[in-house]
Design a protein around this ligand. Structure first.
Ligand code: FE2
Length: 432
């Protein structure tokens, strides 16, 4: 008889021992904390035909990583591609194939169907929500999880993961009170849940509750930091709280320590590093020689794969004064408009004009930066990320208006921001 997971899903090819290792790896993945990868290696060593263990390795290595890490995922998929699988497992396999092809909308749709049929498949919900994040699809960030909630009772294992995901979707649709409640409930159930920690941090960011934000990240010895593989992004949020409080030394200390002290080559980590230095640049803070190593790592990587990453590479090049590399990145993005996968749309609609705006801003051509950013900003969600991440575009536009002497525009943008986002009221000196 087939081995099943705690929710009743069959696990093809798994022994009882391997299924246990896999579930422990999943538990860690749901928290973005722990050591899931060695557990999965043990699981496939025990049960080489364990299709979901291979596919979980694929999910963990193919998104937001670097080229060497992604190759691990390609190998894992190769090992899984001809194995016997249930319909649910075949759905996951098809989703991983779509991710490898850069077809994230298709992957997200397949994972929708898996979760509609199996609303207790936490992995389908988590990886599906990750697609929504990469696609900037606020509504689906919320509703993909909301539609599964009736299948979740209070006593089910990993309910914290569902609550944490729902919290983030509620936050991205500006339902802040409900988002905070769901996130805090998730943390009460599992203090190490980095995604729930993160969802509440987003609420505090959007509501300009910065002192509370610092306290939230530092609470009770910061259990989210233990063995976290999402820590860099959560520290980035902590740095934004300090930035809003004008505590620049704290920001730089976090940058030099947990955010970019290890000089990660992982795409998600580099995005956070670049975005933080860019926000400091907009405020006129001297970041010393911090741009150079980040730009050097970007220069050693291929571009044109994902517009959101390319834009942050351009930030690093402009920040480091590597203007030729910035121009090369723009040329690669122009070519990517006719390339494969969803990135063609991400680049055409958002990434390319944003990249060109950043280059113009770096060269002091504020009028062009303003033109490009005003044209693109209302549709910027299409290239992925969160509202907090994409806020860097509005901050750059305000700074450009200030530098161009466009005082009426600057005043209008600040007034608009103060109405829409309370945080601007506490941060009037954006264009220093
Ligand atoms: Fe975030």
């Amino acid at each position: 008889m087939a081995v099943k997971d705690p929710y009743g899903h069959e696990l093809s090819g798994a022994s009882v021992a391997a299924a246990d290792l896999y579930q422990r790896a999943l538990d860690a993945y749901h928290c973005y904390a722990g050591e899931p990868f060695p557990l999965l290696q043990q699981a496939v060593a025990d049960s080489p035909d364990f299709v979901m263990a291979h596919l979980l390795m694929g999910y963990m290595t193919l998104v937001g990583a670097d080229v060497a890490t992604a190759k691990i995922g390609v190998r894992a998929f190769d090992l899984a591609k001809d194995l016997p699988a249930t319909t649910r497992e075949a759905g996951h396999r098809a989703a991983v194939a779509k991710i490898m092809a850069g077809e994230l909308q298709a992957a997200g749709r397949i994972l929708e169907d898996v979760a509609i049929a199996h609303p207790r498949d936490v992995l389908a919900l988590q990886t599906g929500q990750l697609m929504d994040f990469l696609l900037g699809d606020s509504r689906m960030l919320r509703d993909r999880i909301g539609r599964a909630l009736p299948a979740w009772s209070a006593d089910m294992p990993n309910r914290h993961a569902i609550l944490g995901m729902h919290a983030f979707g509620l936050e991205e649709t500006a339902l802040y009170d409900r988002a905070e409640a769901a996130g805090r409930e998730a943390i009460d159930l599992e203090p190490r849940n980095n995604w729930a920690q993160h969802a509440v941090a987003h609420v505090l960011e959007m509501q300009d509750r910065r002192a509370e934000g610092v306290a939230w990240m530092r609470r009770d010895g910061s259990p989210w930091t233990h063995e976290s593989f999402f820590a860099i992004h959560n520290y980035w949020h902590q740095a934004l709280f300090h930035l809003g409080l004008g505590e620049i030394d704290e920001v730089l200390s976090l940058y030099d320590g947990p955010i970019y002290g290890d000089r990660s080559s992982m795409a998600f980590d580099m995005v956070d590093a670049a975005a933080l230095l860019w926000r400091l640049k907009l405020r006129g803070v001297d970041v010393g020689d911090r741009w150079a190593p980040l730009a050097a790592i970007y220069a050693g990587q291929p571009r044109g794969g994902y517009a959101f990453d390319d834009v942050h590479a351009v930030m690093a090049y402009v920040g480091a004064g590597r203007h030729a590399d910035a121009d090369d990145a723009i040329a690669t993005m122009i070519a990517a408009v006719n390339g494969p996968g969803d990135n063609a749309m991400f680049t055409r609609d958002v990434g390319l004009p944003v990249g060109q705006a950043l280059v113009a801003f770096g060269r002091g051509d504020n009028a062009r930066a303003i033109d490009l950013l005003r044209e693109v900003r209302s549709r910027a969600g299409r290239f992925g990320g969160s509202h907090a991440q994409r806020d860097v575009l509005d901050l750059t536009l305000i700074a450009a208006a200030g530098r161009a002497g466009e005082t009426s525009l600057e005043r209008a943008l600040l007034a608009e921001r103060a109405e829409a986002l309370p945080l601007a009221k506490a941060s009037p000196a954006l264009a220093a």
